[in-house]
Ligand binder design. Structure first.
Ligand code: ARG
Length: 581
């Protein structure tokens, strides 16, 4: 089975080679879906210039060598030199039938690459906010997709578990007591714990025994490796981890403790990173700090912006850690491609870190690094989503509210189901809706968080796609047929059968595109269009009450493939598929 666009592209390409010589055999054939035929090949227009011939002559030459008789029933040149290509129904049917037998529903296995994938990365003892939710959801979808495409994805959860705030956090933990209710907050509402520590620090006196001074001494003790301080730090990180895992479990993301590779895990490498940069002449001391000045990174008045790798007090920062991270991922994890799913405001940081790493020889040219930039999630006022009091929105609460709202809809639509099934659907729909909202718009754009819109049963929403697959399951239940046991011949005679089959044939290519371009929203768009195509299909093509047995078998086969594509597609997005809706 194959994506028609790919098949036609290859055929047109070999025609180009045959017509104009081997140097034209890898020219883009510009095959695109078209409103005048299934596809249109527009290569002639660009080639005409290169060849110094008229476009229509060029397309005539292509036509002479184009061998698509087994795939197309109509081929004609139109306009200035477009080649209109209309597929044969028996070819479409045959390809779709192959999808039915393919457990991967048309998704190819790519050459295996080692891909460290940095995503989620919340900060210890601070609430994960909706921004982290989005990097988590987008990152997880990329992890699932790249894995399904055959790659070795190495999840790296670069949590913020080191740095100066730990001084005040440890002191606060000590004052409150390790077994106190306050300490418990770390597993339920870490932001409240953080805020309490912050308030103490900000309102502290400046005496040697006051909170601020103790907190500062703690930072020094922590960096110096003091045993008791390290024990308290581990306690803090451990409690935070319980909280992260709660959120991950609720979300159904694939991250576990095995994927933790927080900032602290690079501590031992930082001095070495600095030494090497200095000895290679890449970093220099400026105002007491060790800095890298890179060409092309300038700020106001063209002043060079430094990447500070060691502060004047000897401390290391976020950039130093990320440099060590690059080195580790290339040397130890044997990375072929490194991905960072992180908020858009950090774009400059990564550019500077990678440029430095390339200069230092830690990041060879063959290893591509990509920042998958995550846009902000906004509230109805168009500003970053906050609660009415201005505090960041609590994730667990947000997810629970989504489930509650979904539960109300399920109770209304499916009073026939028992409470347990209703709750199960509500969970899948509520969480699915929130995740899908993150995945249905391009990852770098901002969007407004709106429960009503994301939970709607119409439009490009999670519930709409989930409903499309539940509806197919209900057809099979009604017909008393097991969707996995369908084995009929497929014919496509009706226009909407043809549309559906063609859409299904495009699944594999879309999944590949998501892996190449790192854009899960392309898959969402595809699934949305597939769901719409299905709606049109039901309007014209009754399945269980088809007029002949052969037609019924064929349509059951078509919707069985559609069911598998929808379920597989949703799974790659990290969205569950309820049996009923
Ligand atoms: N903890 C950081 C934050 O909350 C994100 C870390 C992203 N990963 C990295 N390698 N810098 O903004």
């Amino acid at each position: 089975m194959a994506d028609p666009q790919e098949v036609l592209s290859r055929r047109v390409q070999s025609a180009l080679g045959a017509a104009f010589g081997p140097e034209y055999a890898d020219t883009d054939p510009v095959v695109r879906p078209s409103q005048f035929a299934d596809y249109q090949a527009n290569a002639a227009l660009a080639l005409a210039k290169r060849l110094g011939r008229k476009p229509r002559e060029v397309s005539a030459a292509i036509m002479e060598h184009l061998d698509v008789a087994d795939v197309c029933r109509d081929i004609e040149v139109s306009g200035p030199g477009f080649i209109n290509l209309t597929l044969r129904e028996d070819w479409i049917a045959d390809q779709t039938r192959q999808l039915l037998d393919d457990p991967r529903v048309g998704v190819p296995v790519q050459e295996r690459l080692n891909i460290p994938l940095d995503y989620s990365a919340p900060n210890v003892a601070k609430e994960m906010h909706v921004g982290h939710l989005r990097t988590t959801v987008v990152g997880d979808s990329l992890a699932r997709t790249l894995e399904f495409l055959g790659h070795h994805v190495i999840r790296q959860n670069h949590i913020g578990d080191w740095g100066t705030p730990f001084g005040m956090l440890i002191e606060h933990l000590l004052e409150a007591g390790e077994d106190s209710e306050e300490a418990d907050l770390l597993t339920t509402d870490p932001n409240a714990f953080y805020q309490a520590a912050r308030t103490k620090f900000d309102s502290s006196g400046e005496g040697p025994d006051d909170f601020a001074a103790r907190a500062r001494r703690r930072v020094v003790a922590l960096q110096g490796g003091d045993e008791e301080t390290l024990r308290l730090w581990r306690e803090l990180v451990g409690l935070s981890r319980i909280y992260f895992n709660k959120v991950y479990a609720k979300l159904g993301v694939t991250l576990t403790d095995d994927h933790l590779a927080g900032e602290s895990s690079y501590n031992a490498m930082l001095a070495d990173v600095c030494d090497e940069l200095e000895s290679k002449g890449i970093a220099e001391i400026s105002d007491g700090a060790l800095c890298v000045f890179l060409e092309g990174f300038t700020g106001r008045e063209d002043k060079p912006v430094p990447l500070i790798v060691r502060k004047s007090d000897g401390g290391y920062g976020y950039a130093t850690t990320d440099l060590a991270t690059v080195r580790y991922r290339v040397d130890d994890l044997k990375a072929d491609r490194i991905l960072y799913v992180v908020g858009a405001p950090q774009a400059m940081h990564f550019k500077m870190v990678w440029a430095t790493a390339r200069k230092a020889g830690w990041l060879p040219d063959r290893v591509e690094t990509t920042h998958v930039q995550i846009g902000n999630v906004l509230g109805p006022d168009g500003k970053i989503l906050r609660t009415r009091s201005g505090a960041p929105v609590r994730l667990v609460q947000l997810l629970d509210e989504a489930i509650e709202r979904a539960a109300a809809v399920v109770a209304e639509n499916r009073p026939d189901l028992d409470a347990e099934s209703q709750a199960e659907i509500a969970r899948k729909v509520g969480i699915g809706a929130v995740k899908y909202a993150d995945l249905s718009v391009s990852h770098d754009t901002e969007y407004v968080f709106d429960f009503d819109r994301m939970l709607a049963l119409t439009g490009n929403t999670g519930p709409y796609i989930q409903y499309a697959q539940a509806r197919i399951r209900s057809i099979f239940r009604k017909g008393g047929v097991d969707p996995r046991a369908v084995d009929g011949a497929i014919t496509v005679s009706e226009g909407s059968e043809r549309d559906l089959a063609l859409k299904l044939l495009g699944f594999g290519a879309v999944v590949e595109q998501v892996g190449d371009h790192l854009q899960p929203h392309r898959l969402s768009t595809y699934l949305f269009e597939l769901a719409q195509t299905l709606t049109a299909f039901y309007e014209h093509c009754p399945v269980l009450t088809a007029s002949t047995d052969a037609e019924r078998e064929s349509r059951l086969a078509l919707v069985s493939v559609a069911l598998r594509v929808l379920v597989q597609g949703l799974d790659l997005l990290g969205v569950e598929s309820p049996e009923h809706m």
